[in-house]
Design a protein around this ligand. Structure first.
Ligand code: NAD
Length: 481
């Protein structure tokens, strides 16, 4: 059961007021398929109202709130999130189907984002620029104004933290469209933000379908910046819609991220990262290490060790804190199954265990590990977004780099080797927004700028860099003689 929610989940939040919508959406618990809550089905009209409210906040109280005070509000919000971590984690586990400990980590990350951006708000400075004799020139960082945030279902709290947290710190007024499958913690976040003292209209939340509220937000002429995380197809649609208004977009669209294991790697250290970074959140992670590239000399050893680890993995309902929870929905399970239908002819090295007594309506899928997968096979090229990893064998460094860079994506990469020169060469040559050496963060680290190349998207969120993305630069040139 859900904890007692201190807000009405069938509402949108616009201009500080929780309003019921005429139409609603029933959302279910992925662990059992039963109805969990009824949420608002936000409309294009609600988006209009939310953008208008954000515009008033930008031009009013919020726009005049000093950076120090914005930071204090975010720090109070961080403390409130920390106070509610258990309830937020339980809500997320039930809404997304993610194991309770992972949901708890997400809630802690949300608090940490607010702390990080709260601390950074008054340290965002401009530049003075040497220019001609008799001039003083400076460039100041300004918020875009009204920012739109379209968030997926896989990591709602983390993605809200890294985009809305940074946007508010920089002084923007936000309109947030959470995913229709998982919006409860987004609403809870907004409720706590009100309690922390965020002025009305600085954060507006409109849950609803992508094709309705999402499309209306991405095409809205009153938005000055859009941040989108989700699928490539939707990301393209969002960019095209925003393009019509010449609005800048940050896109984070997933990946096919490799971890590369060389013969000289510390395998004991690598093994837990190889498996966990692929299967966290049942593989529904944009930065999942879904390809494991292994050098010939240790290939059999790594394959055997990973297969052994897989056979101990247990699926189960999110609140039981299993190794692998259910997938978010029946539709997502069907999508993963469609990918797996292409696996005919491949060697399945191991499969996890699904206990017999799982709730019948849950969307469970045993994790699968495939071995000796050709680098150009669809399972080694396409983002599956489910509990599936492929092992690919390589011969030397050049081979590894070519295979690692050989997909349309470029989000994260991991390197396991003791050779310092090789670490540096690959860190330089890998086409990825983040490279981890002898560890793998799965996008982790609030402080670490994150984003992709190619179909993984563009722009950077997280870290101090996100503040740059949520601001624009105004140059002031004064001629004074
Ligand atoms: P999606 O891209 O359709 O949805 C992500 C967000 O975009 C949701 O809030 C959704 O309501 C919204 N949206 C949908 N259509 C829209 C539109 N036309 N205009 C504006 N917003 C719109 O993703 P999904 O259907 O939830 O999942 C499908 C696939 O996307 C998954 O299988 C996976 O491959 C990928 N995905 C990637 C990530 C990631 O973190 N990169 C996250 C979720 C899903």
């Amino acid at each position: 059961m859900l904890p007692d929610l201190p807000f009405d989940p069938a509402c949108v939040l616009i201009d500080g007021t929780w309003r019921r919508t005429t139409e609603t959406i029933a959302v279910s618990d992925p662990s059992c398929g039963k109805i969990l809550a009824t949420i608002a089905r936000g409309s294009a009209r609600n988006i209009d109202q939310a953008v208008a409210a954000a515009t008033r906040a930008r031009d009013g109280d919020w726009g005049r709130t000093p950076a120090l005070e914005r930071g204090r509000i975010l720090n109070r919000l961080s403390a409130l999130i920390t106070d509610h971590v258990d309830a937020l984690a339980r809500t997320e586990a039930l809404d997304v189907g993610k194991p309770l400990s992972q949901a708890r980590a997400d809630a802690m990350a949300l608090a940490r984002y607010c702390e990080f951006y709260g601390g950074a708000a008054d340290k965002l400075m401009g530049q003075t620029i040497p220019y001609l004799e008799g001039y003083t020139v400076y460039a100041m960082r300004e918020p875009h104004g009204v920012t739109g945030h379209i968030v997926p279902w896989n990591y709602p709290m983390q993605i809200i933290g890294r985009s809305v947290g940074a946007a508010l710190a920089a002084g923007n007024a936000c309109v947030l469209k959470p995913a229709e499958d998982a919006c409860l913690t987004a609403l809870w976040f907004a409720h706590l933000a009100q309690e922390a003292g965020l002025p009305d209209g600085a954060l507006n939340v409109v849950p609803g379908y992508g094709g309705e509220a999402g499309a209306a937000l991405s095409a809205h002429p009153g938005i000055q910046h859009l941040s989108f995380t989700g699928s490539v197809a939707t990301g393209r649609a969002v960019q095209i819609a925003a393009g019509a208004n010449v609005v800048p977009v940050t896109l984070e669209l997933g990946g096919k991220s490799p971890q590369i294991v060389f013969d000289d790697a510390d395998l004991d250290a690598a093994l837990p990262f190889l498996v966990a970074a692929g299967l966290q959140n049942a593989g529904q992670t944009c930065s999942a290490a879904s390809r494991i590239l292994v050098q010939r000399g240790v290939y059999d050893q790594v394959a055997q060790a990973m297969a052994t680890a897989y056979r101990t993995l247990r699926g189960g309902p999110a609140l039981d804190n299993p190794d692998i929870g259910p997938l978010i929905s029946a539709a997502q399970k069907d999508r993963v199954q469609e990918h797996l239908n292409q696996a005919k002819g491949l060697t399945m090295l191991a499969e996890g265990v699904l206990p017999d007594n799982l709730p019948a309506g849950g969307h469970y899928m045993a994790p699968r590990l495939y071995g000796m997968v050709p680098p150009d096979h669809p399972l080694a090229q396409e983002e599956i977004f489910g509990p599936v990893q492929v092992l690919i064998r390589f011969d030397d460094e050049a081979d590894a780099c070519r295979i690692a860079n050989g997909t349309a994506y470029g989000l994260v990469a991991g390197i396991w080797t003791q050779d310092g020169g090789r670490q540096m060469r690959l860190a330089r040559d890998l086409r990825a927004g983040q490279v981890f050496i002898n560890n793998y963060g799965a996008g982790g680290g609030v402080e670490l700028p994150f984003g992709g190349h190619g179909l993984s998207g563009h722009g950077r969120e997280k870290g101090f860099e996100a503040l740059m993305g949520f601001t624009t630069l105004k140059t002031v040139a004064a001629r004074h003689g």
